[in-house]
Ligand binder design. Structure first.
Ligand code: DA2
Length: 288
């Protein structure tokens, strides 16, 4: 089993994560809190109350976990494709892609990574939603003091299953959309590259950026449901399950609720996934 894909997936994921985290924080807040009038209002309120550090809440844990999650994603994708098509990563670049294989391998990778991602993503979302300024004497402290304290508190108050709240929505979000993610990337790379040549840097950036936009645009409705399920159960359970969350969100806020965060998801997706694929491909060339 080639391990270069796992290493390249880890490093490229960390680069993308740092770049996209501030926009991700604003998106999560808009999806789960009804106190903001829109993106600009959320940015201003976050900055005034929490300073620039507010946008980076919940980032330290994903930086560590991205090692597991992104290497699982890229490693599972590449190795599933190897099993389905019996050609290596480098050999595949010079032959026409089999889009069926790519979609299936991407979906398998999405399914597997969603399970690894679930507890890390839940902790990230809970920390991103803490709007209190930094702890100071006289100011009430946040419920969670950091990622480990957050994990311990969830385990104590909600049990081990608390760490997997929203995991089904995450699996449903990631299985087909990661099929689409790799399909768009490989399709565009092939289309933009002349016959039997390896894709150049510009191609990696453009194909990666569009793969991000297309997959995140289609993932947004379940992304909203996932974030709401992850925040549920903090004080009192609001939703009986995934379907109940969908129905009651739509009833209370109209169908537009499923598109909350769409602009931010798409705006964040281009640069994050352009650099993710760019660094992934270059690291692979360096390592193999
Ligand atoms: C639509 N979905 C869930 C994805 N395309 N997932 C792949 C994640 C890539 C990158 N770390 C990011 O956060 O955009």
């Amino acid at each position: 089993m080639p391990v270069e894909e796992f290493v390249a997936g880890w490093i490229s994921g960390a680069v993308g994560l740092i770049l996209g985290h501030p926009l991700d924080t604003v998106k999560v807040r808009l999806q789960t809190q009804n106190t903001y009038r829109g993106i600009v209002d959320c940015v201003i309120k976050t900055y005034r109350r929490e300073s620039v550090l507010g946008f980076f809440k919940g980032m330290s844990f994903p930086i560590g976990s991205v090692a597991v999650v992104n290497s699982v994603l890229f490693g599972t994708y590449s190795n599933s494709l190897l099993l389905l098509s019996s050609t290596s990563h480098q050999a595949r670049k010079t032959q026409p892609p089999n889009y069926g294989h790519i979609f299936v391998a991407g979906s398998i990778a999405g399914f597997v990574q969603a399970y690894c991602l679930a507890p890390f993503d839940l902790i990230k979302v809970r920390l991103q939603n803490q709007t209190e300024p930094r702890a100071r004497p006289g100011v009430a402290p946040s419920q969670y003091r950091g990622p480990l304290h957050c994990a311990r508190t969830i385990l104590r108050e909600e049990g081990p299953q608390g760490l997997f709240r929203g995991a089904w929505a995450l699996v449903l979000r990631d299985t087909p959309t990661l099929g689409l993610y790799f399909l768009t990337y490989e399709g565009l790379s092939w289309w933009l590259t002349s016959d039997s040549k390896e894709p150049g840097s510009a191609t990696m950036l453009v194909a990666g950026g569009f793969a991000g936009i297309i997959s995140w645009t289609t993932a947004t409705p379940l992304d909203v449901v996932k974030a709401r399920m992850q925040m549920d159960g903090l004080k009192q359970r609001e939703y009986r399950g995934l379907l109940d969350c969908m129905v009651s969100s739509a009833r209370q806020e109209g169908p537009g609720v499923f598109f909350k965060g769409l602009t931010l998801n798409s705006a964040r997706a281009f640069p994050v996934n352009a650099v993710t694929f760019f660094s992934y491909e270059h690291l692979l060339r360096l390592l193999s």
